[in-house]
Write a protein of this length. Structure first.
Length: 232
């Protein structure tokens, strides 16, 4: 079973086109994925660190597998490599801003791999651990490249809470009993998708992040759009 999985098909761009179903899929880790879960998926992009991959290796079922970590060092609060009860976590707004500022090379590699995927072979799926932070920022960039407005992008990002909110509440209640209110609230914040987190990433990106910082060229974008967008 794959948690927090969703096909981005059906999302509509500002100019009235929409993403074709069966092209772009985001999710949490694939440690418990069955072969049926990966039907129609031809390529998996794993955004996790080597440590995370070792703790919970993906079940890939002979799909093309690309380990492309957003960062390779352990970065507490983003990676979920350590149990949240072991440490207080930093502000996720700060972490999102740091991620888009310090990980431009890896984000460009990831975005390029998604854009240049052979969609005739099936969908490309990208994921981190929870499918929230690194996966969320990657997805936000892909959707912006395709011409989505930021309201649509934010709505997709917040859909993670349909899966993660019950988990976050359970963890908060457990830690209230064992570690106190401060730790419980920090853990809760680590598992939810909050509007302020993604907004902090956008604030840190500034203007022309995709063209000037990631150096994604317009011809690449046009080819990508031609492959995955359809008229409504």
């Amino acid at each position: 079973m794959i948690q927090n999985r969703r096909d981005l098909g059906g999302l509509t761009t500002i100019d009235g086109r929409r993403i074709r179903p069966g092209c772009l899929v985001r999710s949490a880790h694939l440690y418990q994925a069955t072969e049926d879960d990966l039907a129609c998926i031809s390529t998996i992009i794993d955004l996790r660190t080597p440590g995370e991959r070792g703790q919970a290796p993906d079940q890939t079922w002979q799909r093309e597998y690309l380990p492309l970590p957003v960062f390779t060092d352990e970065q507490a609060g983003i990676s979920h490599e350590k149990d949240v009860s072991e440490q207080l976590l930093p502000d996720f707004r700060y972490l999102y801003g740091r991620l888009v500022n310090e990980c431009t090379d890896s984000l460009k590699t990831i975005i390029t791999a998604i854009m240049e995927h052979d969609f005739s072979s099936g969908a490309v799926l990208w994921h981190c651990t929870e499918g929230k932070d690194r996966c969320g920022i990657t997805t936000a960039l892909i959707l912006e490249i395709l011409g989505m407005d930021r309201k649509t992008i934010m709505e997709d990002y917040l859909k993670t809470n349909l899966v993660n909110m019950p988990k976050a509440i359970r963890i908060r209640e457990r830690l209230l009993k064992t570690h106190g209110k401060e730790m419980a609230e920090e853990a809760y914040k680590a598992y939810i998708a909050d509007e302020s987190y993604l907004q902090a990433a956008w604030d840190a990106m500034g203007e022309n992040y995709i063209s000037e910082r990631l150096k994604i060229h317009i011809d690449q974008i046009d080819r990508f759009k031609a492959r995955v967008l359809e008229s409504v």
